[in-house]
Design a protein around this ligand. Structure first.
Ligand code: NIG
Ligand code: FE
Length: 415
């Protein structure tokens, strides 16, 4: 099957098969008046001077008219927690009264309240709720998405969550990349016995996940009152022995040394990093760890914002993701984090596009497959209701996606 996207006013894409850092992160390739040809799901041609070519549909070809609009790669959301049951709107009032995220968690709410609901849910329940979230994500331009487990916290419930991710991957168009996050919180039955829970994660959960090949990455919430740096290191090193690449929820709410840990274990990514200190940033830069930043979460928690510019100055590749979850960021759209990244991180629109495409793909080990529009990559493209990049970032709030093409298929078209 061939799909031709013609009449592209401006094509903006990062290039390559690895994360971009420093100045390269902001140096997008911008081509005017172009077209893209996708064959059997893979981009085969990015052509110039589209307006002087005859790009009519032959038999077996689909032609999509971009009508002079802006086209970018499909968005890659490198950090989500979309497998959960129920929502937590009852915590919103507590939050508005000034109760902090960690206080709500310590009182048995927060993640633990989602754990209680998720344990009661079946795979089918989780799939139904996940499918709704993914269809919203797709509408907002996400074509590849990492998904963490972490609301089960027993061997059976973590496996159940990861199986739900596997099933979801077959039921809708967004590509899913699974991460095991059994160390998302200490479950109530292990209260005051977190070392015993770490043993359960290492001795039973990780081997069970690896046996069924249910995940590619292992993530840990390294945070005050959750898992210490030492406990997180044990879990990540164990994951590595079972072939799971390390990721770390690092320095999200307190500065605990998570970024340094990510450097030490050579994690593929360190995520959040709101309170990462200079030593942490140096560790990330030296180990080549990708910083996955979640500006929607800073906004929603009323926290400060990660030091994105310092990170980029130090040569750390920056990705931006949604952190979609029922607590700290109940928002499926990557477009709002993209806007906030400009306004609060002071990133340029070009740097942000790289952050939500190629660098996001690299943070989930997919940079060879997606994240840019060039021959050999998956045919994942967005046609925006915008003619240029500044408009996309300056106009915020409404969904600006006009058309989504996934693996060469027209999966959403609003014109
Ligand atoms: O990335 N920090 C830990 N995990 C999520 C929040 C999960 C929740 O509140 O349900 C986060 O912020
Ligand atoms: Fe998270």
């Amino acid at each position: 099957m061939r799909t031709i996207i013609k009449n592209i006013g401006l094509l903006a894409t990062a290039k390559g098969t690895a994360a971009l850092r420093g100045e390269a992160q902001g140096a997008l390739q911008m081509t005017m008046d172009t077209y893209v040809v996708i064959e059997n799901g893979i981009i085969v041609e990015v052509g110039a001077n589209a307006s002087t070519k005859d790009l009519f549909a032959a038999t077996g070809e689909n032609v999509v008219d971009a009508q002079g609009l802006l086209v970018t790669p499909g968005l890659v959301d490198a950090h989500t927690h979309l497998i959960f049951a129920g929502w937590r709107q009852h915590e919103f009032a507590l939050k508005l009264q000034g109760m902090s995220y960690l206080d709500i968690l310590a009182a048995g709410g927060g993640i633990i309240s989602s754990v209680n609901n998720t344990r009661k849910a079946s795979v089918a329940d989780l799939v139904t709720q996940g499918k709704t979230a993914l269809s919203t994500m797709l509408e907002y331009g996400t074509t590849t998405c990492e998904v963490k487990s972490g609301y089960g916290l027993t061997v059976a419930d973590e496996i159940k969550s990861l199986r739900a991710i596997r099933e979801l991957a077959t039921l809708q168009p967004v590509d899913l990349v699974p991460t095991f996050m059994g160390a998302h919180a200490v479950p109530p039955e292990f209260k005051e016995r977190s070392d015993d829970y770490v043993r359960l994660v290492c001795q039973e959960m990780i081997p069970a996940v690896a046996r069924e090949k249910l995940a590619e990455f292992c993530d840990v919430f390294c945070e005050q009152g959750v898992f210490s740096v030492e406990q997180a290191a044990k879990i990540l090193e164990c994951g590595l022995r079972y072939g799971l690449m390390p990721k770390v929820h690092a320095d999200e709410i307190t500065s605990l040394g998570g970024a340094e840990l990510a450097g030490r274990v050579k994690a593929i990514s360190a995520e959040h990093l709101i309170h990462a200190d200079d030593a942490g940033l140096t560790a990330l830069a030296e180990a080549g760890v990708i910083a996955v930043l979640l500006p929607g979460t800073s906004f929603y928690l009323g926290e400060s914002f990660a030091r994105a510019r310092d990170m980029m100055d130090k040569g750390i590749p920056v990705a931006i993701a949604s952190d979609f979850n029922p607590g700290s960021c109940p928002n499926e759209s990557l477009q709002i984090p993209m806007n906030i990244a400009c306004l609060k991180y002071r990133m340029t629109p070009e740097e942000v596009i790289t952050a939500v495409t190629l660098n996001g793909a690299a943070a989930i080990n997919r940079a060879h497959f997606c994240g840019s529009i060039e021959p050999g990559k998956q045919g994942d493209l967005i046609i925006w209701n915008a003619k240029d990049l500044p408009f996309l970032f300056y106009h915020w709030g409404p969904n600006q996606v006009r058309t989504v093409i996934k693996n060469g298929h027209l999966v959403l078209n609003k014109c």
